[in-house]
Design a protein around this ligand. Sequence first.
Ligand SMILES: Cc1ncc(COP(=O)(O)O)c(C=O)c1O
Length: 402
Amino acid sequence: MRKSYFKVIPMSNLNFINEELEKLEEDGLFINIRTIESPQGAWIKVDGKKVFNLCSNNYLGFANNEKLKSASKEAVDAYGVGPAAVRTISGTTTMHCELEQKLAQFKGVESTLSFQSGFCANLAVIPAIVGKNDVIYSDELNHASIIDGCRLSGAKIVRYAHCNPNDLKEKISREENAERRVIITDGVFSMEGDIAPLPEIVKIAEVFNAITMVDDAHGEGVLGKGGRGIVDHFNLHGRVDIEVGTLSKAFGVVGGYVAGSKKLTDYLAQKGRPFLFSSAVTSADVAACIAAVEILMESEIQVKKLWSNAALFQEQMKKIGFDIGKTQTPITPIMVGDAKLAKDFSQKLYEDGIFIQSIGFPTVPVGKARLRAMLSAAHSEDDLLWAIEHFKKTGKALKILN
Ligand SMILES: Cc1ncc(COP(=O)(O)O)c(C=O)c1O
């Protein structure tokens, strides 16, 4: 008989997992991950079924764009498939440098540095700029990657009320002994769709000599001229110290970046741990990102179509009687409250051919479960109107609507 080389872990050590999974099921919080069998787009094939896609962050339809795809294919031929090590050890490709220059031009900043994802960018930048003698002021609804970056830094974390500059001012004026202070906010809040009051935040930062950092993951490709993001939207160029971005949403690919001064990106290339200790994204990804930036620099067509689709959908949903919160962007929460009811709503819509996942705790607070519709330039008006009719019918059947 062959000898087993694996040490058998007694199941009792992991019994808590069963209990946790059962609890998630009971509370309607178990996430059912669907399998997608087609490219991203307005219509996709999920678990063998063709469905209308209302839950991807493919804002501009770039995830299956022909120009991006050919750029990727050419990059594989030119550079192969893998980076083979981290950039500080094995060097960087000309394509990574080109992307960083193009992104800087697009965002109107001196320099950018790319990372493996937006999540990694937050984990890199926050612990690199603040530590145990410093204080972070963080909007209470900031994204998980900001929260984790703050925790990793070891700095004191002070949460201020969501989008509330008065609360921020009150809290920042109380803290006197910090060596450095940084105010961090999402630009567009991913579960609400509202926009951070960045002009007020910047004014407070200027009074208290605080560093400002905004995560523009849902703002780029969406807000500002041709999708240049929240800083452009509010005309705050030169007044925000650090911008974090992702290439996985409007840009349609994968990756993240930090934008700001050349000194900042030089520093992060020496001190940002995910940059130093994890390989970069592949040349195929980078080439597609370059193509996405080039399209955005040439034309505003996709950004305009995204906003007109969002206006149509939101106007109709409100008219029918849905509570879509305080969104100011194409992110459209459809408030349900109870997590099990939200899951049921999502399942019934799926049976009708609409793919929209329910979102519950811990992504949103307990009792604030919802569906979140993500509008895209790839959607047609006819398809949106068709989907709205199903929301109405199912919303009534489940008594979410009167
Ligand atoms: C505000 C915010 N920051 C960062 C991220 C992470 O981006 P990525 O998917 O590139 O890691 C997200 C994605 O959900 C986000 O919403």
